[in-house]
Design a protein. Structure first.
Length: 408
């Protein structure tokens, strides 16, 4: 699938030369390039033409939600037939979990999730795993921990008409994927069962659901429906249903992991006790065992991301999966307003580290919580494939990177 640019205008002024030079640089394997242009000079249109020429999955990084929303709207207009997605923090309000030792004050995580933005995020990860003509506009949310793409893909269900697939097996798989069964409100991320019909309200769209019709143990029909009205949108021969949440894991993986978490819990408890911190040891034991009970019963718990290192089978200190891991190795990145965006990426890790360290030191979280974090800047650099910085006033760092790239 190729990118198809929709515009009644042709590049003008300096744009054709910029487009040709940037495209040639990408084709010649340049890892870093810089596009210098003031606001209003058509940088987004130039970026769009480069995307068409190079034809790779693309990430556009912006330094705040307002700029990201503007770029998202512009790219949607430029590429109406391709997959243009939006990936920003889905919190309207967010108070991170924290502990202030000086005041003996524990602040529980509190948040208000914007369901519309959550759908956009789910749509973004689904698009990256199912097609190539994808443009994702993101804030620095893209460097924060996200569910492992291998687990996300492994738990997805590819349904096809005519194949044998028992209804009860489908229901069990949907529960593993964190869909909730309902008989009343058919909300996002739920499914309902009526005889031989199973309806799934997808977490990726507010106006498309999937209806699977069984005949015995066979899938007879797959329909796309409006989840509110039930109106038929169309029929398809096959459809892939992705998990309702981005932090998911198979039942087998969770079962195998719980024993490892318990072993490490005992070690960390004994460390506290050896230092005379009996209260911290008891608190950690109580909190973690409650989480493990929830994981055992439902496959999910509040704060599951703090155990992601175990669920992903990572070594201590290693970075989590992020949105960058959902891209293919040949992806293209634009960093817009790079003189602001790059320092922002650079600063994310340290603030998160200080907050998490207090939680671990006082028994609110296991040490594995330290590995649920944003990428360090050097880890971010390691995940770059080819990147174009855009700014009216680029900083010395990206200019020097581009010069180094050109010399090599």
């Amino acid at each position: 699938m190729n990118f198809q640019l929709n515009s009644k205008f042709a590049p003008g002024g300096d744009q054709p030369q910029a487009i040709d030079l940037l495209t040639l640089g990408l084709q010649n394997g340049l890892k870093h390039q810089t596009l210098i242009g003031a606001t209003g000079t058509g940088k987004t249109f130039t970026m769009a033409n480069v995307i068409v020429n190079y034809n790779r999955p693309t990430l556009v990084l912006a330094h705040n939600k307002t700029l990201a929303a503007q770029l998202f709207a512009e790219f949607k207009e430029f590429f109406p037939t391709n997959s243009v997605e939006y990936f920003v923090s889905y919190y309207d309000y967010y108070q991170p979990e924290a502990y202030v030792p000086q005041r003996d004050l524990y602040i529980e995580k509190d948040s208000d999730i914007n369901e519309v933005i959550e759908r956009y995020r789910n749509s973004a990860t689904m698009a990256l795993l199912s097609r190539r003509d994808v443009i994702i506009v993101s804030t620095v949310s893209c460097i924060y921990g996200l569910g492992n793409p291998d687990s996300y893909t492994e738990l997805s269900i590819k349904l096809k008409t005519g194949i044998e697939f028992k209804r009860d097996k489908l229901l069990a798989r949907l529960r593993d994927m964190q869909y909730e069964r309902t008989s009343n409100d058919f909300l996002i991320g739920t499914f309902r069962v009526r005889g031989e019909l199973v309806d799934v309200n997808l977490p990726t769209s507010e106006d498309i659901g999937v209806r699977i019709e069984f005949f015995g143990d066979n899938i007879e029909t797959i329909k796309l429906i409006n989840p509110i009205s039930g109106e038929l949108i169309g029929k398809v021969d096959e459809y892939t249903i992705f998990p309702a949440k981005q932090y998911v894991s198979t039942t087998e993986n969770i079962t195998g992991t719980i024993g490892v978490i318990r072993d490490d819990l005992e070690i960390e408890k004994k460390e506290f006790e050896s230092r005379g911190k009996m209260f911290e040891a008891a608190r950690l034991n109580q909190r973690v065992n409650y989480d493990l009970e929830m994981l055992t019963e439902t496959g999910y718990c509040k704060g599951i991301e703090n155990y992601s290192r175990y669920l992903d089978h990572r070594n201590p200190g290693t970075p989590p999966s992020t949105l960058l891991d959902y891209f293919s190795d040949d992806y293209l990145m634009f960093i817009d307003e790079s003189h602001i965006s790059v320092p922002q990426v650079r600063g994310m890790y340290n603030g998160d580290f200080a907050r998490k360290q207090n939680l671990v030191d006082y028994g609110f979280r296991m040490k594995s919580a330290m590995d649920n974090r944003p990428l360090k800047f050097e880890e971010f650099e390691q995940r770059l494939n080819q990147v174009i910085y855009t700014s009216a006033t680029p900083a010395e760092w990206e200019i020097e990177k581009s010069k180094e790239s050109a010399r090599h």
